[in-house]
Design a protein around this ligand. Structure first.
Ligand SMILES: Nc1nc2c(c(=O)[nH]1)N[C@H]1C(S)=C(S)[C@@H](COP(=O)(O)O)O[C@H]1N2
Ligand SMILES: [Mo]
Length: 263
């Protein structure tokens, strides 16, 4: 349904995630707010609120009261938890980050460009990437703010295979750009590690718009801010330069095993 928009989600404690959506009413700016509360990825309740733009005739026709919160369900579920990487706690699902907003993606004109210190500039379309050899691996995801999602299924093209023998010998860093203007810098050794992939699918589904469609970077042993979503360009460089979060004090590498959170 194209009239439902995902707004944001928020981790509450270590088991609960609140997802916020809007359902837009046809031909109107008006919307119904939806708050879905999950406990370990099971919905325990859903609440609807009525946006102030919803006109009175719609409210009356549907027997709705503007100031009431409508609740749908309430189910309880058990809560398995584990802690492995230092300083992290489990989250039952991803918390969506779009620090520079949600970019508009036109898949027909979208390209992944690999340039910088390369023998030949590489340009890939989405169909070309979908047609390449894919690997599928199950790995945990760790955000530097402290939440981890266990056992995510990642699928895509190995970054090492994407670059091939096209890289010049002086390359030390991969500088990655998202369509939203977000950037992150990754040491080349980590970038082309055996497990590093250009992700096209997560949990056996194509990436969703909010999780980075058409493609995102994933290096399992690095913190999540290196996992650039809506990736459109990989620039291979000799010299280091800060990406978005590195400029704000985060670590040039960000290895989760060494807790490399800050510089
Ligand atoms: N383009 C872009 N990529 C991004 C971000 C962003 O704001 N913009 N946030 C990063 C951070 S800090 C994390 S933890 C992960 C979160 O991934 P998710 O939104 O799929 O949960 O995305 C990373 N990639
Ligand atoms: Mo993050």
């Amino acid at each position: 349904m194209d009239n439902i928009e995902f707004m944001e989600n928020e981790l509450i404690g270590d088991k609960y995630i609140v997802y916020k959506y809007r359902i837009y009413l046809k031909h109107r700016k008006a919307y119904i707010g939806v708050r879905v509360i999950t406990k370990n990825n099971t919905i325990i309740s859903t609440a609807f609120t009525i946006g102030k733009e919803v006109p009175n005739d719609v409210l009356n026709a549907n027997n709705l009261n503007r100031y009431q919160v409508y609740t749908l369900s309430r189910i309880e579920s058990p809560t398995p938890l584990s802690y492995e990487v230092p300083g992290q706690r489990d989250s039952p699902n991803f918390i969506i980050y779009r620090i520079l907003g949600q970019p508009i993606v036109d898949i027909q004109s979208w390209r992944l460009i690999i340039d910088g210190l390369v023998k030949k500039k590489l340009v890939y379309t989405y169909d070309e990437l979908m047609g390449m050899r894919h690997v599928r691996l199950v790995r945990d995801f760790h955000c530097v703010t402290g939440w981890s999602v266990k056992q995510v299924v990642w699928e895509g093209v190995k970054l090492r295979e994407l670059i091939g023998d096209n890289m010049m010998s002086e390359v030390r860093w991969a500088y990655v750009y998202g369509l939203d203007g977000y950037t992150a810098v990754i040491p080349i050794k980590d970038f082309i590690s055996d497990d590093s992939i250009l992700v096209l699918k997560m949990n056996d589904e194509p990436l969703t718009l909010e999780q980075g469609f058409p493609a995102r970077i994933f290096v399992p042993h690095l913190y999540g801010w290196k996992s650039v979503k809506w990736v459109c360009r990989i620039e291979l460089t000799k010299d280091y330069k800060d990406g978005f979060w590195e400029a704000l004090g985060y670590h040039p590498r960000g290895d989760v095993r060494l807790e490399e959170r800050f510089k």
